[in-house]
Design a binder for this molecule. Sequence first.
Ligand code: ZN
Length: 564
Amino acid sequence: MALLKNIPVLIFLVLSPVLYGQQEDQSEALAEIIEKYGQAEVTFAYPGYSGLTGIGRLISISSVVDDRVFAVLSSKDVDTFLSLGIKYKLIIPDETKSVESALSVQEAMNWDLYPTYPQYDTIMHKLAGDYPELCMIDTIGYSLEGRLILALKISDNVGEDEDEPEVFYTSTMHGDELQGYVLMLRFAEHLLENYQGGGQEEKLVDSLEIWINPLANPDGTYNGGDTITNPTRFNSAGTDLNRDFPDPMDPSIVPDHENMEMIGFMRERNFVLSANFHGGYEVVNFPWDRWLGKIPADSVWFYNISRKYADTVHNHSVETYMDSYNDGVVRGAVWYVIYGGRQDFVTYALQGREVTIELDITKETPAARLPLLWNYNYRSFLGYLENAFYGIHGKVIDDDTGEPVRAKVFIGGHDKDSSQVYSDTLSGSFIRMLDPGTWDLSFTAEGYYPVTVSGITLESAQQRFITVRLSDSATQVPRLPEEVLKIYPIPAGDHIFIDPGTITGQTVNIAIFDHMGNKETELHNIASGSDDIFIPVSHLAPGYYIIRLTDMQGRQHHASFVKN
Ligand SMILES: [Zn+2]
């Protein structure tokens, strides 16, 4: 028995003779801290990129700063961590980790103290109650310990499910990363209080459906009771909720309770844009967190929206703030790899677009610093949501019935790794946020002929709206694969030319639709000789048009143009 027991120790001593004594001493203290606080923070030397990626699969890395790694351990992780034999330093917490709490709801709503749990609940209901036309409360679900996971929906005609882009902010899935929780409550109030100013807030609330979940992990934050004392990163089962979403490559992984509720909530909606807020660092982190080698299809777009967030913050911060990595912006895996993060799940599995925003170098921001963080960030909170206005928006409808069609919207040569989007089943609406450029969008749906609309030009901070009509493949004549038309000049003046390409020598029908899908022009039996086809368009109002050419085989060819 003694011999058996000694063998592993012996091996360990041989592998790392210097460390053993140290770790044994610390492991007891580690266990005590976890018992008392629900978690323990450790730091160790950066073990190299691949070394850290391996460790990150096993335990919860919370930050990498210069050559140090910071990890938080729950009771579930301790044995695994110790078995790695890493030389670590235990970070001894204050005797009681607490932040200043408000004594009343009124005090909490000055936003320079932390709310108690009952105050939080009251504030959420108060915002909905004070602005019943604009704000309603929704329940995402319940935590393991039975606390409510709440969201506010803020929009004009809030009681209706309008055909508007849905956007989502969620904070504090790490229960001890506190600042975003208060800032999101304050942001909800800010949108409501400033709605009637004719400004940015009004535009956002009128044109979007904004969902705000200030506290994703109430059991972690209120681990110590109704005031914030010894909050934990983990949920009450010791799970790091930001390492617990289904893996893009292994969707069979079953998330813990709070995340199941969150995934159900998100699947019921169609969030096109979202962000999740954290503390412990200052950076805007965009996908992928999981893959270093895979660059997202929309990497440049992600970088640009993150850049704008950080730049806006820099314009209003009076200290060195949010300047790590590329001046406050990083592609997640470049910092360090995480598995099971919500940003990647939302972007990969739900066809959303999500970033992770780290709001303060300190996780438990002192209450008195909250107004400063608000001032640094609130313009970026507003500005980030505006991204949902831009890009190519539109509707996909059945050419015969006008009914909405759920279609896959795909950009050949650009989309990869699940970056396509889908039009909504009920409205046919879709949003594809993109960088400035000229884009070809392909639309496919079961039972319909595919359509490609090409040459859609997009400028910075611009929205293009198109209506795409799909023909039912059961009732319409069969067609060969979609061909792309070439049109010039764009923008058009009083005429356009169509290059007939492979349809030379045929008789064709031509229709021009405006951006809402209304047929503006119809030309029958046009002979397409070897010359380009001349079409007068001087009668069309300035705007965006889709042209459809149908050849003798019933094949349709689409392209778009702008008329000045
Ligand atoms: Zn976090």
